[in-house]
Design a protein around this ligand. Structure first.
Ligand code: MG
Length: 422
């Protein structure tokens, strides 16, 4: 399939993935690994030093008798400050609800790995777990794509050109250190920088960065750290010509966001509360945001993301892709999604090696992508969702794993990992 002439409707293309029933499901492994952040990540909610990652590995056999696997990555963080699901809870949801549902579904269809269109029905046992579900969906879709020899980007008709990457900067206590960090990123060619802000660290540092970089695409993320009593403070950010201010208030208070949006010249963007396509529609209807941060995991997976993208395009709402400190695997998936029409601004697509000690994906050689001399990332073109995690790294960094086998699945056994909890 020519990469520039894919289907006009990505949702339709996605919905038929796996419908040919060519993959027999044998087993599903769950792995929890833990990697370190290269530098502590400070937000208004605290400091993160370690990044747990829950990975789903689907094992199957194609109709040609060849082994095929599919990887999914869960975006849940170490705690539930950002999202109600934390890594431990998401792993439990996968082990006790979603994966057993997948295996049961396969058992009712002759052992076939369910198509992606059948997956939403598996959510009934865990309707409030979009991050765990997104990981399962990613793994199943990866297996189907690999069995078909098809890259995600080709399935969705995503153009074969790099997408611009933005950088994210945590809060700094010392202004000179912040300026040095932003200076390094601008020198490296990042076309957009997002600053984390919060009470006590907003107008001052943002103004300092703006004075040093008058033409930089600059946006800020408050991670819910303000209340409406801070509206004057937030209005003072208008003078800095920001792309947007992200999630200033509690995610549940759409009314406060709407009132702020009506007052500011700076567009208000939401992130934390956008946990489904319906949540995005409600926020837009209420005027609580005019820009949408797309995080495929937080929205509940690729199908939910494609629905959100289509709805926002119909309304003319600009999109950009956010990050959740993914490994290089899920970040590659995000790069493909960011290649869809409708993504107006550079997203949080800087390489995982910028923030993680281990990216889980074997490093590929070659010059980094650029667009007009600016930092960009290639849209992955390998069969599957993207360049997959390296099993050796997963085993080496593993803290826990479990294997759930299909009732009649031939048990190949996971290389390097024992059955049961480790
Ligand atoms: Mg955010």
């Amino acid at each position: 399939m020519p990469v520039d002439a894919g289907p006009a409707d990505p949702e339709a293309a996605w919905s038929v993935l796996g419908g040919d029933g060519r993959v027999a499901l044998e087993a599903v492994e769950l792995h929890r690994v833990e990697v370190g952040f290269r530098r502590p990540v400070r937000t208004s909610r605290g400091v993160h030093r370690r990044r747990p990652l829950v990975l789903v590995r689907v094992l199957g056999t194609t109709d040609h008798g060849e082994a095929v696997e599919g990887w999914g990555e869960c975006a849940a963080l170490a705690d539930s400050a950002y999202d109600p699901e934390d890594a431990e809870g998401a792993a439990s949801t996968l082990e006790h609800v979603l994966v057993p549902s997948l295996l049961a579904s396969a058992a009712t269809s002759g052992g076939c790995l369910p198509p992606v269109a059948a997956l939403p029905a598996l959510r009934s046992g865990a309707p409030e777990a979009p991050l765990a579900y997104a990981a399962l969906e990613m793994a199943v879709a990866d297996a189907h794509l690999r069995a078909a020899g098809l890259p995600l980007a080709d399935l969705l008709g995503i153009p074969d050109r790099p997408v611009l990457a933005g950088a994210v900067v945590g809060r700094y206590e010392v202004e000179e250190e912040l300026l040095a960090r932003v200076g390094d990123l601008v020198a490296a060619g990042y076309p957009r920088v997002k600053l984390k802000i919060g009470p006590g660290g907003d107008v001052g540092p943002v103004g300092a960065v703006r004075r040093h970089h008058p033409d930089l695409l600059l946006q800020v993320d408050a991670n819910e750290s303000y209340t409406e009593a801070d509206a004057d403070r937030l209005a003072a950010l208008d003078e800095f010509g920001l792309l947007c201010i992200e999630q200033p208030f509690d995610r549940r208070d759409l009314g406060a966001h709407a009132r702020l949006a009506s007052r500011l010249r700076t567009p208000v963007c939401l992130d934390e509360g956008l946990s489904s396509p319906a949540a995005v529609a409600t926020a837009l209807d209420l005027g609580a945001c005019s820009v949408v941060c797309v995080k495929p995991a937080r929205l509940g997976g690729i199908a939910a993301t494609l629905a959100t993208v289509a709805a926002c395009r119909r309304r003319g709402v600009p999109l950009w892709i956010g990050g959740m400190f993914e490994s290089a695997y899920a970040r590659g998936v995000n790069a493909a999604v960011a290649g869809l029409p409708g993504f107006a601004w550079p997203g949080d697509l800087g390489p995982a090696s910028d923030y993680l000690d281990e990216t889980l994906v074997a490093t590929r050689r070659g010059a980094p992508a650029t667009v007009g001399g600016l930092v960009a990332v290639e849209v992955p073109r390998v069969p599957g969702m993207g360049p997959p995690p390296d099993l050796e790294a997963v085993v080496r960094l593993g803290r826990w794993s479990v294997r759930l086998a299909a009732p009649d699945g031939a048990d190949r056994g996971p290389p390097g990992a024992a059955d049961g909890a480790v």
